[in-house]
Design a binder for this molecule. Structure first.
Ligand code: SAH
Length: 348
């Protein structure tokens, strides 16, 4: 039954909501293995054994939003706030470039201190200094004009996870000033402007059901993004969800496999959150169909402060150590980290 649904997904890239729910609720070790076999076949077809890297620069942990799951939400009482200077950001890129990174991801809370002009200047100077590199932004919801200005300044890609595509569930995870409609609109705008666009969701966030995950898959099929970042929800001790259970490795891997089979060319990271709840999480993610890793390039002095969730890995390691460690980890499972921008196959 479930194998037939996986075959149908592979052939048509569409399932009905009921079929998604069945596939997710009745999954077993056996169907997972069947799924991962297919996922790896598609991963191999488009990417061989290559794994792309993105250097993550967490440049501010100030945030005006108050998402209930997030450790750097506005009302986190003990978050030690920081902002990197433009010089510090450039230094991260220089170090990253030396290490072989050809994509820089600038991620942060929604921090109004960085004006549109400052952000455009940062993007422009990275592009000037590293013309062979791609820039990904992950700085939340902004106006169409702002997204357009940043694109014109040279940003290539944008990550904005929708977090959950089920409106009721969205309400459970966010305060009333945030809306799923708005989040989705941003994603359609980003695509329209020409960004390689990434969405995604947390697996096992409080109140999530198979129905919510079905909605996520249906929304992603409709949006057709270039990237999808998913990772387990991991509780943060100072948020309203401190006592909630986290997501599992098993379900996260299953969802990665489904994404690869539904949209075979996707750029799919094996996330840090997955590596946090399982020492071999990122390796397992790659073996389930992921093809990207995103090690941290932020200065070690601020790493611990960008604490989205508890026990985040690699907060004490230099960028070079992270790169070498991942290099080895990928080799161990027969994959290879490459020095490459790692664009979406059809996007030139
Ligand atoms: N402000 C940016 C970046 C958010 S941080 C934005 O709005 O897009 C990047 C991602 O971390 C979020 O999209 C969310 O999915 C994830 N995240 C936040 N808190 C988390 C937690 N407790 N466990 C797992 N992932 C979390």
């Amino acid at each position: 039954m479930n194998r037939a649904l996986i075959d149908k997904l592979e052939e048509t890239s569409h399932l009905t909501k009921e079929e998604w729910i069945t596939l997710i609720e009745r999954r077993s070790q056996d169907t997972a293995e069947y799924l991962f076999g297919k996922a790896r076949k598609w991963q191999k077809k488009y990417y061989g054994n290559k794994v792309y890297t993105r250097g993550l620069i967490e440049f501010t942990n100030y945030c005006k939003n108050d998402c209930y799951y997030c450790g750097i939400r506005r009302s986190s009482p003990n978050a030690q706030r920081y902002r990197l200077t433009r010089e510090q950001i450039m230094e991260c890129c220089r170090e990253g470039y030396e290490l072989g990174f050809r994509t820089f991801v600038l991620q942060g809370g929604e921090d109004g201190w960085f004006s549109q002009r400052t952000l455009e200047e940062v993007v422009r100077s990275i592009k000037e200094n590293f013309p062979d590199c791609a820039i990904t932004l992950s700085i939340g919801e902004r106006s169409y004009e702002s997204y357009e200005g940043l694109f014109q300044a040279g940003a290539d890609r944008y990550l904005l996870r929708h977090e959950t595509a089920d409106p009721k569930h969205y309400r459970k995870l966010h305060p009333s000033e945030l809306s799923l409609r708005q989040r989705k609109d941003c994603l359609y705008q980003l695509k329209k402007i020409g960004y390689q666009t990434g969405t995604g969701f947390m697996v096992g966030s409080p109140g999530q059901t198979a129905q919510c995950l079905a909605e996520d898959m249906i929304f992603i099929r409709e949006l057709e993004p270039h990237m999808v970042g998913i990772g387990p929800f991991v509780p943060h001790h100072e948020t309203p969800f401190a006592q909630e259970p986290g997501g599992t490795v098993e379900l996260t891997l299953f969802m990665i496999g489904l994404l690869r089979v539904m949209l075979p060319k996707l750029l799919l990271p094996a996330t840090t959150a997955l590596g946090t709840i399982d020492p071999l999480g990122r390796e397992k993610g790659i073996q389930a169909g992921a093809n990207v890793v995103m090690p941290n390039l932020s200065p070690v002095s601020v790493r611990k402060k960008y604490e989205l969730y508890d026990n985040k890995i690699c907060t004490g390691d230099e960028a070079a150590e992270c790169r070498m460690c991942l290099n080895q980890r990928m080799k161990n499972i027969g994959y290879e980290l490459v020095v490459d921008r790692g664009d979406f196959p059809d996007h030139l």
